[in-house]
Design a protein. Structure first.
Length: 295
């Protein structure tokens, strides 16, 4: 099955233009299935039947995989076997009716505007790292960036005069996002006063650099967000994606059009963005219950 997996990943990269992270995740899922099937003496896609796929997902669930991870594995199997069928490499698609695990319905949890203001103000020092961290938090909140997008923002992507940043998101899709006055000022101060002190021979053009001059990693950004949230006195345990949720929710509360928010978030479907309308309604309900005498 290995050669067909290689062929499929090549298709995702060259014809679909999907991100490296997506390719790596999909390959890992398919290779787990191939290894599991090989233990049952199934080594070719032509030998795979629908019940084998269902049994694999059941085994993965027993292994402790979350509903989200199970869904990703099911999707990987479905698109893999659909590809093989379309290319005539197998006669029929065993994954055609493979059900996708249902995910629990959870709403995004944005920070309040007050907590968001405390968070971005938490790096208040004048060291190169705190200046960097203030610019990073301001940009994450001002533009609703994913962590991976913040890691890959380069100097040539920032238009200081126009006040916009060019971001490449999922599926290698590029979008332009307004930066905003506060974030732009923090970025300009960092680029002028702090980034030159972090530069090394291997820095390249990445905007956000580590203490050794390397581009920041997603794991490091996660650590920084948690650290500054604690410093700001925010009691709940937060993660970087909440800054993206806060960006969208606060824009919607301020009257921004949902289509504009969709464009800035880089969502392929408006349905994905519409979840923020549910968040806004749930917040209104909570406020009504708290403050109305008959709430």
């Amino acid at each position: 099955m290995t050669s067909q997996i290689d062929l499929f990943i090549l298709y995702l990269a060259t014809e679909r233009g999907l991100s490296d992270n997506y390719q790596i995740s999909t390959r890992a899922s398919l290779e787990r299935f191939a290894a599991w099937a090989a233990k049952r003496e199934i080594t070719s896609p032509q030998e795979v039947i629908p019940t084998l796929l269902s049994d694999f997902l059941i085994a993965e669930k027993k292994r402790g995989l979350s509903a989200t991870s199970l869904k990703l594995e099911a999707v990987a199997l479905r698109i893999f076997f659909r590809f093989l069928t379309a290319r005539g490499l197998i006669v029929s698609d065993p994954a055609e009716k493979l059900p996708l695990p249902r995910l629990p319905h959870t709403l995004p949890q944005p920070l309040s505007q007050m907590d968001m203001a405390k968070l971005v103000a938490a790096p208040a020092g004048d060291t190169p790292l705190e200046i960097r961290d203030r610019a990073l938090l301001e940009l994450l909140y001002a533009c609703g960036l994913r962590i991976a997008e913040a890691c890959t923002v380069r100097l040539e992507h920032l238009d200081e005069e126009g006040g916009v940043v060019r971001v490449t998101g999922k599926g290698n899709k590029t979008r332009l996002i307004p930066v905003g006055r506060a974030a732009l000022a923090a970025l300009q101060f960092y680029l002028l006063n702090a980034r030159p002190k972090l530069l090394s021979a291997r820095s390249g053009a990445a905007i956000f650099l580590s203490v050794r001059g390397h581009p920041l990693t997603p794991a490091r950004i996660w650590q920084l967000v948690r650290y500054y949230a604690k410093r700001a006195g925010i009691e709940e345990s937060i993660h970087p994606h909440q800054l993206r949720h806060s960006f969208a929710t606060h824009l919607l509360a301020g009257g921004a059009d949902l289509r504009i928010i969709q464009e800035m978030l880089g969502h392929a479907s408006i349905a994905t963005t519409q979840i923020y309308t549910q968040v806004d309604r749930s917040q209104l309900k909570a406020i009504h219950q708290k403050f109305h005498p008959r709430g």
